[in-house]
Design a protein around this ligand. Structure first.
Ligand SMILES: O=C(O)[C@H](O)[C@@H](O)[C@H](O)[C@H](O)COP(=O)(O)O
Length: 257
């Protein structure tokens, strides 16, 4: 059956503080719906500024951290204590300040295997264990995948022109030729991203203005971030600031707290 995607919902905020606060409200609402339905909340995180943008959740009594199951939309294949590690970033920025049970944080443990394909297989198997029996679907259905957008339009570790943009079978892929260092990475594929119930991009700053316009107003360019189109009933959201959305023609919802 064909499930055409809903159009993206774009929320634009005057400043970082209101973006952070509204993103926290959005995540808490998604969390409540998921826990009410299934008793758990499955979330995928990315690197960049994203973990910091989740700061509105820290210390918020509405967040049921013990129900969170956290995964990585992508990871740089470096030691887990390397400053380039997304896991290190998320640990320092978020996990060390909240109480997610350690076995519910699904690290891509780069210390276990040198071989990228084996590492991707290992993480894919971990996802299959967590999702396949529970959701009985061909691809996992995440409650929420949180993504950033790079200045070249990449998201997760899906880069413009890369062969992985066409991957339609695997859940987890690997690459050793990332145009942005470090070169070795593990990443969710589009089938995983586009089966999620909710995908939210978070992007801020004037440095994103041209790329955000291209991604939203020129989907025909096929930029990696434009290819994020969760199938119905999934929904794509953009949480951005007004500096990033200044050139966008696509309809905007301006949030007032
Ligand atoms: O893996 C990487 O190279 C980065 O983590 C990258 O994917 C980042 O998430 C985006 O460039 C958005 O970054 P900002 O949100 O910091 O702009």
């Amino acid at each position: 059956m064909n499930h055409p995607p809903h159009p993206p919902i774009l929320y634009s905020f005057p400043d970082g503080a209101s973006l952070v606060a509204s993103l926290a409200d959005f995540v808490i609402k998604a969390q409540k719906e998921s826990i009410d339905k299934k008793g758990r909340f499955t979330v995928a995180l990315s690197g960049g500024s994203l973990p910091k943008m989740l700061g509105g959740l820290i210390g918020n009594p509405a967040v049921k951290w013990d129900k969170w199951h956290v995964f990585y939309a992508d990871e740089r294949v470096v030691p887990l204590d390397d400053p380039d590690s997304n896991h290190l970033l998320c640990t320092e920025t978020l996990f060390s300040k909240v109480s997610i049970p350690a076995d519910q944080i699904h690290t891509i443990d780069t210390s276990l295997l040198d071989d990228l394909e084996e590492l991707a297989d290992m993480y894919e198997k971990e996802l299959i264990r967590e999702f396949a029996q529970k959701d009985a679907a061909r691809f996992p259905v995440f409650d929420l995948i949180l993504l950033g957008m790079g200045p070249d339009g990449h998201t997760a570790s899906l880069f413009p022109g890369h062969a992985l943009l066409a991957e339609d079978d695997r859940w987890i892929a690997w690459l050793d030729d990332s145009p942005k260092p470090p070169p070795k990475r593990i990443t969710f594929t589009y089938p995983v991203i586009n089966h999620a119930l909710r995908v939210a991009f978070v992007a801020s700053g004037a440095g994103k203005v041209d790329m955000l316009r291209s991604v939203l107003d020129e989907p025909e360019l096929g930029l990696p971030s434009s290819r994020v189109k969760p199938a119905s009933p999934g929904q794509l959201y953009w949480f951005v600031d007004d500096a990033a959305s200044a050139a966008v023609q696509y309809s905007r919802t301006v949030f007032k707290l």
